[in-house]
Design a binder for this molecule. Sequence first.
Ligand code: ATP
Ligand code: MG
Length: 458
Amino acid sequence: MSHDARTTATPALRIIPREQHVISRKNISKAALRVLYRLNEAGYQAYLVGGAVRDLLLGGHPKDFDVATNATPDEVKKLFRNSRLIGRRFRLAHVVYGPEIIEVATFRGTGEEEGEGDRHIVDGRIVRDNVWGTIEEDAIRRDFRVNAMYYDISDFSVRDYVGGMQDVENRVLHLIGDPETRYREDPVRMLRAVRLAAKLGFRIDVAAAKPFDELGPLLADAAPARLFDESLKMFLAGHGLKSFHMLEQTGLLKFMFPATARALKRGDKALRSLIEQGLANTDARVAEGKSVTPAFLFAVLLWGEVRDLAHTWITKGQDANVAWERAATHVMAEQCQRVAIPRRFTLTMEEIWALQPRFELVQRKRVFRLMAHPRFRAAFDFLLLRAAESPAIRQLGEWWAHAQQLPHETLAAALSGGAVSVGGAPPNGAAESVAVPKPRKRRRRKPAGKSGSKSDQA
Ligand code: ATP
Ligand code: MG
């Protein structure tokens, strides 16, 4: 049996009654239930839909609950005082309960027949889409089969029009309809495939992955702001490392982060380690419910190219400060054409990068100034991640880790004394101390100075 719903006039509907699925109202947010019941009592059809149904079927805890209905946005607005209409491309209602927002969308048609509303397709891409439709039509314009199931509040059954339940059982992502057509309509669906596969631990069906090579370049036309949102969902939602590996494997990384893909292709092992460790730490923080910042992670992803460019320009005789700044600006400009990283984050990223060479200048005044810098903590964490770059960087990280634990006077004395050991986090766990590095001229790396203090002051 074919599930290619697009080519089927009426998709085959399977209704899974309450006793045959695991979705319980206990796991649906109160706000979503209220919206569903209210719509239903007013005589409209009301379903929980999309990612929430999928995640509930998998035993997960959805972070947002979307509702689909045959009520129009205006009718929804009338029914809920606590609602507002949003969206240009798709008009929908947001029903607001305190911090929680329930998105209520009217069934959308496929645009193949005349209907209310309007749809504009330019070069195969949907640019505006407000065609109200039936639930069947709403199902088949969704992206993956697992995302096209409807939980019916009137009898607690799940309505499956395209074989989503089967895919949940087989842990696979199939696109609805012809993959190439669906990716041409909206290239971001390729990234959604990767992200959902990483998040759910599903595989991407062969037919759905096949067009990536050929159609990946279409991502160049995707809105950079949307790619930023998508990249946050990939990297900061607890499955960043997996998403990253899948982006690499599928060849899609270069369309989102060209500089990262280039640096990794040069065989930069240290960069790979930095990125993997950065992502693993972020995933761990998310799992512990701690906060995570996009700036740090984006700084990690782009570091290789910034560092290499800066080094190239410095080797050519450019002033180090200028070279670092230029490298940062250059890499950022290219990146933001793909993924629009908001200014508040790019500023932090540039600071994290700019502080890196300053860790190598271990002179009394500079050390204290650096420690007082508002971005010190992030920049120091970044330095630690760079440990794989060289033994010198690792040692530097250990030195700074230890220096921060010393009382101000001890550190000050140690730094003026030059050769005084302050005891560092011992490399390789050996019980040895790291000497205070001699102050060095800019760009020298080795932190371990072992002798005479006089020249240090020169
Ligand atoms: P999650 O919320 O876990 O990131 P999701 O599947 O819920 O994943 P949303 O972006 O919240 O993703 O989208 C909600 C639903 O809208 C999807 O499940 C899918 O049915 C539909 N959808 C989202 N994006 C697209 C798209 N680009 N093309 C077609 N349908 C889409
Ligand atoms: Mg969702």
